[in-house]
Design a protein around this ligand. Structure first.
Ligand code: GAL
Length: 425
């Protein structure tokens, strides 16, 4: 019955299409997520129960939990090298002596959340079992759900490739990343009544993930890794401006872990790294050992004013602007002028990305503000003021993050009664 087959096939594809249009909207991820991830700490060695519990304790003792740091996420290498006889993932007993569930329970009792890492390909990037597209997606999610896991980072190694067998990092992918991320998204949707799992797509920005990420996950890596050096901050930070519009409540560009505490960047660079990630509405995920954190790094990651800007309910990412007479953005370099709307004002970021010196703007030149007097607060120095412009002396690679409050602002219009706050706010 060839006709019958054709009809069934058409129905099948119609159902697949219907499913593909379904967004992963399970009510979470309305703000960029905040937490910690094990990978930058000691790669495979930090994928253990000890690190997870220790980090959760540190979230509380260092006051990070009170500021919103919530997810304790274990990255690659938490399983054994192969699945068990029934195809299940096996937590490495040397790293998880009591399994995953008791650790998740303990972390939940502390009022925090717990995340794990997997991969859409045959193996994870470090060579542990991957979900292999649709092959293990449902089974893996049922394990996560059974343990109460809140977060799932999903990598892109050993995925379908024109080179056979697929290498760790494919140069010639056999299709669009979406194809192998869809089964996991659907498996997560299938458990959403009982488990709200944050789905983090880690496809390194391939296939312009920002254009479709919100239909598949709650956050998506928009670049290759942050290697903990200034070049990474420049590379990732400078490419965030062009895709700022794609972030919003329910789905955010993930600029990768905050590599503060890396010996390759100094305190000024750490301030720019944190400030820029925050105003770009990236998830704020610490990639450092909280036992070894310096006082200045702790000060930076505990900056409540900047965290509040990142977590603002509007969820709109700041982007670059160019005041009259200044040079426009230069590819690969951190542009000096950034701004974005907040629910009660505007955030301005001033970045000394290429040279130290005086940086300032008139509020009338800032998107979202009009000619007038506003109150402002700079979040790193605590300086406050009122006026129609700001100016700061900024050291090379440092940043100032200014919140301009629009409520009650004195504005000047061209004619009496015409002055107003930009309605796009
Ligand atoms: C990379 C990923 C990193 C980390 C690593 C683990 O692909 O971008 O963030 O997860 O794999 O092997």
């Amino acid at each position: 019955m060839p006709n019958m087959n054709a009809a069934l096939k058409a129905l099948f594809f119609a159902l697949v299409q219907l499913r593909a249009a379904e967004a992963l909207d399970n009510g979470i991820g309305r703000k960029p997520h905040m937490g910690w991830s094990s990978w930058n700490v000691a790669q495979c060695d930090s994928a253990s129960a000890t690190y997870a519990i220790d980090t959760a304790n540190k979230f509380i003792s260092l006051g990070l939990k009170d500021l919103g740091y919530e997810y304790v996420n274990i990255d690659d290498c938490w399983t054994t090298r192969s699945r068990d006889g029934s195809g299940k993932l096996v937590p490495d007993p040397s790293k998880w002596p009591d399994g995953i569930k008791p650790v998740v329970d303990q972390i939940h009792e502390m009022g925090l959340k717990f995340g794990l890492y997997g991969c859409a390909g045959q193996q994870t990037c470090a060579g542990f079992p991957g979900s292999d597209g649709a092959v293990h997606a449902a089974s893996d999610v049922s394990q996560l759900a059974g343990w109460g896991v809140d977060f799932w980072k999903y990598d892109n190694c050993f995925t379908p490739c024109l080179d056979n067998p697929p290498p760790q990092t494919c140069g010639r992918p056999a299709g669009n990343t979406k194809t192998w991320y869809a089964p996991m998204r659907d498996a997560i949707l299938d458990v959403q009544e009982t488990n709200k799992i944050h789905f983090n797509l880690c496809n390194w920005g391939r296939d312009e993930v920002w254009t479709w990420g919100a239909e598949y996950g709650h956050s998506w890596r928009m670049s290759t890794d942050n290697w903990g050096d200034w070049a990474s901050v420049e590379r990732i930070g400078s490419s965030a401006a062009a895709i700022s519009d794609y972030s919003g409540p329910g789905g955010f560009n993930d600029l990768d872990m905050l590599y503060l505490g890396s010996s390759k960047i100094n305190a000024d660079q750490e301030r720019l790294h944190f400030g820029l990630w925050a105003i770009a509405k990236s998830p704020l995920v610490l990639g450092l050992d909280l036992n070894k954190i310096s006082d200045w790094t702790l000060d930076i990651i505990k900056n409540k004013g900047i965290i509040d800007i990142n977590q603002d309910s509007l969820g709109k990412a700041a982007t670059t602007f160019t005041p009259p007479g200044s040079q426009g953005p230069v590819n690969g370099k951190i542009h000096p002028y950034w701004a974005g709307p907040l629910s009660d004002g505007v955030v301005i970021g001033l970045c000394a990305g290429t040279s130290g010196g005086k940086y300032g703007v008139s509020f009338k030149d800032v998107p979202g503000l009009v000619d007038g007097e506003y109150s402002w607060e700079e979040m790193y120095t605590g300086e406050t003021g009122t006026g129609s412009s700001i100016e700061f002396d900024i050291k090379l690679h440092d940043m100032r993050v200014i919140k301009v409050t629009t409520a009650g602002a004195k504005v000047r219009g061209k004619g009496r009664g015409k002055a107003r706050i930009d309605p796009s706010l």
